[in-house]
Design a binder for this molecule. Sequence first.
Ligand code: ARG
Length: 457
Amino acid sequence: TKQKLWGGRFTGKTDPLMHAFNESLSYDKRMHAADIRGSIAYAKSLTLVGILTKEEEVKIVDGLTAVGKEWENGTFEIQPDDEDIHTANERRLSELIGPLGGKLHTGRSRNDQVATDMRLWLLEAVADIEASLKAFIRVMVERADKEKSFLLPGYTHLQRGQPIRWSHLLLSHAFSFLNDLQRLQQLIPRISVLPLGSGALAGNPFAVDRDFLAKELGFMSVAENSLWGVGDRDFIVEFMMWGSLTMVHLSRMAEDLIIYSTAEFGFVTLSDAYSTGSSMMPQKKNPDSLELLRGKSGRVYGNMSGFLMSLKGLPSTYNKDLQEDKEPLFDSVATISASLKIAEGVIATMEVHGEKMRKALTMDVLATDLADYLVRKGIPFRETHHVSGRAVALAEARKCQLNELSLQDFQSLNDKFGEDVHTVFDFEASVERRQAIGGPSLKMVDRQISVLRAALN
Ligand code: ARG
């Protein structure tokens, strides 16, 4: 049958299992558009240095465009010998335009080609993910803005701590995702570096204009070292590290909501659209969407750490191990994109039960405020902390709420307690006292909303 593109020095045939082991077309075909774009730009650069005539360039570009159309229409016919997207496209180009197709690869290697394709493909994926991340944060901000009146206990160690606004909690997650957004944007200049023109390893002997190529393909800069250009995959590692951290944030938010959706808490109810039932227990409504967000964080982290292990110990420049960059990257992009959309849907559609949250507020979460009350009367906090602790113990012994202790009870603990001690036992007032930047008071929640909105615009 047909000769392999690299078949000249070979007499023996590839073992069929080796072909299957070696091929990457089954998954790198998703880079077909990037591969065609890169080749079109490269053909133009070859004309500029006199390797192609203008007519030859036009024929090649038309041929490449036709190949690209076949991919888009789903009519591209993969042949048994096609190894990867680069060989498949070149094979098809030559079928369409004849031996002239064989001029395209002059001075180019799949090594600089694949690195270019990966960067082009990832840049588009990053743009999509950036948009999804923004939409997700926006949903959180809008929800927080609408539900500012809901108060609930803030937890540390999953034990009731102090009263906060529900919006404050939701926005705490939004700030993690804002950091993720900024980190993602900071990756772009390091992804947007052009390898094309690095050749197999030792650069391009036909003096192609790499600044021209970068401009044609929209790269921000040009790889300054050809060995690095073909051998670097740090941009993929970095993206997956970014993804791992972003998924950890999704996982932690999911965990909050999983706990809050239990009957024991009952703070939120997931919409049917993001829940599933049990095959045995008819009453069940399970938060599978959130559990999958939590679970898939492990998968993205695994992709990242697995590929780092593939890189470890590789000698310089291109080695076939680098083909192992694709499946983890593609899987991470797909997983992260879907996760962000699911998370957005969950947050947009869940019911939030303000009354249930309010009912979880017990008077003991105002013990810190009780200590602060005495601080305002001039007593050192270490002392007031102790006094408030004794008041909590007293209420516990009496089996009553902290605010049900009498003035005499309070005064038996410290004589600075006055009639106004009852003002402490007001959850709203507690939250509103927190006027410093970053607090859960209305004004500070509004400030957070403005900061987030400004960052998204
Ligand atoms: N399919 C290969 C990859 O994904 C393309 C580069 C192959 N280059 C080579 N010299 N074998 O890495």
